[in-house]
Design a protein around this ligand. Sequence first.
Ligand code: CTP
Ligand code: CA
Length: 223
Amino acid sequence: VEQFFAPKLLAGRSLLLTAGPTREAIDPVRYISNHSSGKMGFALAKAAADMGANVTLVSGPVNLPTPTGVNRVDVESTDDMLNAVMAQVDSHDIFIGCAAVADYRVADIATDKIKKSATEMQLSLVRNPDILAGVASHTPRPFTVGFAAETQDVARYAKDKLIRKKLDMIAANDVSSPELGFNADSNALKVIWEKGEQDLPATDKLTLATQLLTLIAKRIDNA
Ligand code: CTP
Ligand code: CA
């Protein structure tokens, strides 16, 4: 009953977040992508809306329903995702980069289907822009939160990303475990900010999303 009457933690806040994979075309019928399901990002969108935030979810191709009350923008490539995010960043005060963004795209997308010929072929790739680092260096800057998908030295690599991308907070994911992370329904996070860190032990993604958003709300109020 008390909780029913308590003010919602993210009332009056607006959250912009990315979710799912991005997809980089090779030719009209093929692409490069990854195994991200979008579940963690969609759980964050749902939890934030339930906590009273105005939520815009920029999503790569996923097979998930839009949470009630969430404003969803669908994109495919990293370039599309960057454009959608930059068009929305000024009207939001929190950003969470939860998408598994393709680090590289195909240098020259073939306009026609590539025919097989030789027994070997090469694809030339170029680095994609970093959406999260772009948001963090934008003025005015939202409270900027990143994810870090790691298979080893989780805390060290995550801290390095926090500093290098000038983030307010990073949520690190050990994706080497098949029961947790990427396609799974549960996850565990190590959340790190400049002056502290907290482990959020394995649980379902909606519970974890609420816990992460509660940490974010506390940090914003302390800033
Ligand atoms: N990210 C992004 N744009 C990119 C690459 C990553 O916005 N082009 C964001 C992801 O959404 C995530 C964070 O950066 O919030 C970290 O992604 P991750 O793949 O763990 O790190 P990278 O910086 O890409 O480094 P690496 O893959 O080499 O570990
Ligand atoms: Ca990456």
